[in-house]
Ligand binder design. Structure first.
Ligand code: E4P
Length: 217
């Protein structure tokens, strides 16, 4: 399973990269705003900065909601850096844009996916990644993980190569459950990724080993 970090924070991206397990980065306009990155030029520069840190795919989201606008923005984003994946919303115009980018060999991430039907359309259009938002489904008393399970079944039925990128991951167990269900990628905050490290028996065991070593030295 690939690990992406879901942030526009350069320090956190560096930290995850230094851990040696990072395969890519996802961003969105809200994550950019959270870091105080505003204005088209600053946002474009920030994408390039992210690409210089991480060795993998970096999702950069279009703002336009019409086909021509998405194509124009997406082509400019793709020209920025070879690691850029154009992130396109799951709307009618978005599907047309994904098909266009796919035919041109430009990688895409279909975002804001909340149903199997949407995921099916994204795959048919040739999306490189589909992003089901599991945390936001949980937030409204739907089962986000069940969506991952259902998309996996449908994609496997037909051999679609679109990678399931579990997004809106809120905590460490989301990552573990997505791995059990066969998600190809998770994108998560650094805190959820680092949660995988933790176990009290590891801490206790290490403390005991170090204490016993000191006794003999
Ligand atoms: C995915 O690419 C999105 O950036 C992200 O996972 C959204 O997560 P949220 O629901 O925590 O905002």
């Amino acid at each position: 399973m690939k690990f992406f970090i879901d942030t526009a924070n350069l320090d956190q991206i560096k930290e995850a990269q230094e851990l040696g397990i990072l395969d890519g980065v996802t961003t969105n306009p809200s994550l950019m705003a959270k870091e105080g990155i505003t204005g088209a030029n600053n946002i474009l520069k920030h994408y390039v900065d992210i690409c210089s840190i991480v060795d993998g795919d970096v999702s950069a989201e279009v703002i336009a909601t019409d086909f021509e606008g998405m194509v124009k923005e997406g082509e400019a984003l793709a020209d920025l850096h070879p690691q850029i994946v154009v992130k396109v919303p799951m709307i009618k115009e978005g599907i047309k844009a994904i098909k266009y980018f796919s035919d041109k060999g430009i990688k895409t991430n279909c975002t804001l996916v909340f149903s199997v039907g949407q995921a099916l359309l994204a795959a048919k259009a040739g999306a490189s990644y589909v992003s089901p938002f599991i945390g936001r489904l949980d937030d409204i008393s739907n089962d986000g993980l069940n969506l991952i399970d259902e998309i996996r079944l449908v994609y496997d039925n037909y051999g679609y190569e679109t990678e399931i990128l579990a997004a809106s991951v809120r905590h460490t167990m989301h990552i573990v459950e997505c791995a059990k269900l066969g998600a190809d990628v998770i994108t998560a905050p650094l805190s959820a990724i680092e949660g995988l490290l933790k176990h009290p028996l590891t801490d206790n065991g290490l403390a005991q080993f170090l204490a016993d070593y000191k006794k003999g030295n």
